[in-house]
Design a protein around this ligand. Sequence first.
Ligand code: DGY
Length: 325
Amino acid sequence: MEKPRVFVTREVFQEALELLSKYYEVEVWDKYQPPPYDTLLSKAREADALYTLLTDRIDCNLLKQSPRLRIVAQMAVGFDNIDVKCATSLGIYVTNTPGVLTEATAEFTWALILAAARRVVEADHFVRWGEWWRLKTGWHPMMMLGLELRGKTLGVLGMGRIGSRVAEIGKAFGMKIIYHSRSRKPDIEEKIGAEYRSLENLLRESDILSIHLPLTEETRHLIGEKELKQMKRTAILVNTGRGAIVDTEALVKALREGWIAAAALDVFEEEPLNPNHPLTAFKNVVLAPHAASATRETRLRMAMMAAENLAAFAQGKVPPNLVNK
Ligand code: DGY
């Protein structure tokens, strides 16, 4: 019997491709860049399954033009690039990779928090590009002063798996933990003494505000001018969720006019970020290329989980990580 066809939109770990090839005829897009939309459209038309990344736009137009398509397996926990409602109405399964990237993302969030609070990138540039040498200061009591974390308040916006782990680590730093989320989390309140706040109070009280929300119609531009103005002038905004949760123009204004002290960003409204973007000009902004889950261990687990969802489907089972409602 002919195997069903899967189109894999980027080169992933060999282990995942091997698993897929047991059940599918596998075609892999082997370029470093994502397939252009038209290519994706023509590949999807011929495919029974898609193995996608968050850079692939899987909209209703594409889904409707793909008569054979039965499942889209995303190698990411977020799936805002996929029109899940449309897929569901067409009887197409959509799966994601929850849980396996919690540690890597939480660890990277802390790398960003520490980098911004202790000016690590700025310090590196200061040494590397000769400013320290030119100033001939050696150790100076007022040089590179940053923010100490112990006793400060960490505000977690979105207390899901990743937010909870970030909060736990914050507790270990001796921080007070407050949070705002769609629902209260009694377990994490009990475990680390995290306190629930309204969004406004979260913004007003946080020294570090860390965003861990999915991107939805409700969360798009949730943090705009009004919200940034409610934050402390000494606060640091950290985003490893999705870029569009923050209104970028408002953030640039906030940094320019000193409404907040600093930002650390792994995600952007438009990715990749143009190197001429105003955000790249601020010394007090740490930037990363949407890399929070980028450890070898995690990316392998994500790749396998997406493949396992497809393998389960090919064996007539309901894939374990469905996101259709
Ligand atoms: C996700 O999985 O949604 C992250 O943004 C990338 O790992």
